[in-house]
Design a protein around this ligand. Structure first.
Ligand code: ZN
Length: 116
């Protein structure tokens, strides 16, 4: 059995499914943010960060390789699409949701540095 990259998805035949890159998400989805969370035991720190400083060709899940938790220093960091940002843009475009500014959570903020 071949070794699998934990940051990649695989299909039923075990073939790697290519992840979207930062550049693709910017141009196709308008994504400039990512939701990151610390996987260290007893930490659970999480934040929304800007992806603007990462090169366009970087696979989205590999952002995690460049991050370290600002709360505990762990490199066990997970990355997900910024769902709050996605729904906020959707709401602005379609009028769906809670109005122009209402869709954002009160604690939503984008941290512009390396660490979650
Ligand atoms: Zn942490």
């Amino acid at each position: 059995m071949s070794r699998r990259n934990p940051r990649r998805a695989y299909d039923e035949q075990g073939r790697e499914i290519p992840p979207p890159t930062i550049g693709w998400l910017r141009s196709e989805e308008g994504d400039h943010t990512a939701f990151v969370h610390c996987n260290a035991t007893d930490c659970g720190h999480e934040a929304t960060i800007s992806t603007d400083r990462f090169p366009p060709g970087l696979p989205f899940p590999d952002i995690a390789l460049h991050l370290r938790c600002s709360a505990c220093g762990s490199r066990e960091v997970g990355v997900m699409r910024d769902v709050v940002g996605i729904y906020t843009r959707l709401g602005r475009r379609t009028g769906w949701g809670m109005g122009a500014a209402g869709a954002l959570l009160t604690d939503y903020r984008v941290v512009g540095c390396d660490v979650p």
